[in-house]
Design a protein around this ligand. Structure first.
Ligand code: PSU
Ligand code: MN
Length: 308
């Protein structure tokens, strides 16, 4: 057992050096690798995202837990290990904020959600992270209380999260309301409509950021205020793969109906819906998911590397 090893967060040398210098670092989450995308494309994406961050002039800090070691900055063997989670079998788990201590204490391997990732990023001095979509209020969440810990983590963690909006299978109006209650701003990057992950825009209004400088000014204003919350920077998904709202709505309704018919609920619901959407769209939703994660990582890297 690992009882003799002290607990703590292991920050990779390259990340540590960068943080003590120019601090151009982008944090990346790993639940989307371990549980969000099929193997081996998830591994290819994890590598491609790190390369995209480097190309844009920043240092990637992919965050996850490997055999109980909480790491900020994974090496390639760690990525290989975490990507195996998508093969199933349960030897790679999903860790949100609640779970971090448990996986560390048990020596488990885990992909970290947005909530757990921003906690570890901010604690290490990283102020920007990138992902595909954040969690939020699930349909019916007002009764079931199935509301992602991402929302509460955003409320108390000063880290900007670049994403394509909340995961499309969520209740978006209630997710925006819950973020407002928690003092978390959601801004649109180049848009005044909330992006909806698979669709470029939803009817929901958000303040627009017209470029990197506007985004950086917003982060600086927030930092100056001392308000402890993160900011969500919602970047519309790439137009060539994004779905039309009506077509997506019909696909989602069919997926929800199938889930209801098969009695799928709880933590199994999201993977079921994602698989259903992938099949119904001929794989397009998976390609779109990959493309938007890459685009978000590039934008986060430009933000991290921006110096007025
Ligand atoms: N968006 C995706 N795929 C994912 C996730 C988001 O397209 O796998 C992950 C993120 O890590 C997010 C998490 O933080 O799902 C939210 O999970 P929950 O609702 O259980 O908090
Ligand atoms: Mn949940």
């Amino acid at each position: 057992m690992s009882a003799a090893r002290p607990f703590g967060v292991v920050v990779a040398d390259e990340v540590r050096r960068e943080l003590s210098g120019r601090a151009r670092v982008v944090a990346l989450e790993t639940t989307l690798i371990s549980h969000g995308l099929p193997h081996p494309r998830n591994l290819m994406l994890a590598r491609a995202v790190e390369a995209a961050v480097r190309e844009a002039g920043a240092v990637p800090a992919t965050i996850g837990v490997v055999e109980g070691r909480i790491k900020v900055g994974l090496d390639d063997a760690d990525l290989v290990r975490l990507a195996e989670g998508a093969k199933g079998g349960g030897n790679v788990v999903k860790a949100s904020t609640r779970d971090l201590a448990l996986v560390a204490a048990r020596g488990l391997t885990a992909g970290t959600t947005v909530a757990a990732t921003i906690h570890l990023a901010a604690a290490s001095g990283i102020r920007v992270m990138a992902t595909g979509g954040i969690g939020g209020v699930h349909p019916g969440g007002e009764a079931s209380l199935d509301v992602s810990a991402d929302l509460d983590a955003l409320a108390r963690t000063p880290c900007a999260v670049v994403c394509a909006g909340p995961k499309a299978i969520l209740d978006l109006p209630r997710t925006l309301e819950a973020l407002e209650t928690r003092g978390v701003l959601v801004a649109g990057y180049g848009t005044d409509r909330l992006p909806g992950f698979y669709v470029r825009e939803t009817p929901l209004s958000v303040p627009m950021l017209d470029g990197i400088e506007a985004a950086e000014r917003l982060l600086q204003a927030q930092e100056a205020l001392g308000w402890p919350a993160g900011i969500v920077i919602a970047n519309p998904p790439p137009g060539d793969l994004a779905l039309e709202p009506d077509a997506f709505g019909a696909m989602l309704d069919a997926a929800l109906e199938a889930a209801g018919a098969e009695g799928v609920q709880g933590s199994g619901l999201t993977p079921f819906l994602l698989r259903h959407l992938a099949a119904a769209s001929g794989g397009r939703t998976v390609r779109l998911n990959e493309a938007l994660v890459l685009a978000n990582a590039r934008l986060a890297a430009r933000l991290a590397a921006y110096r007025g």
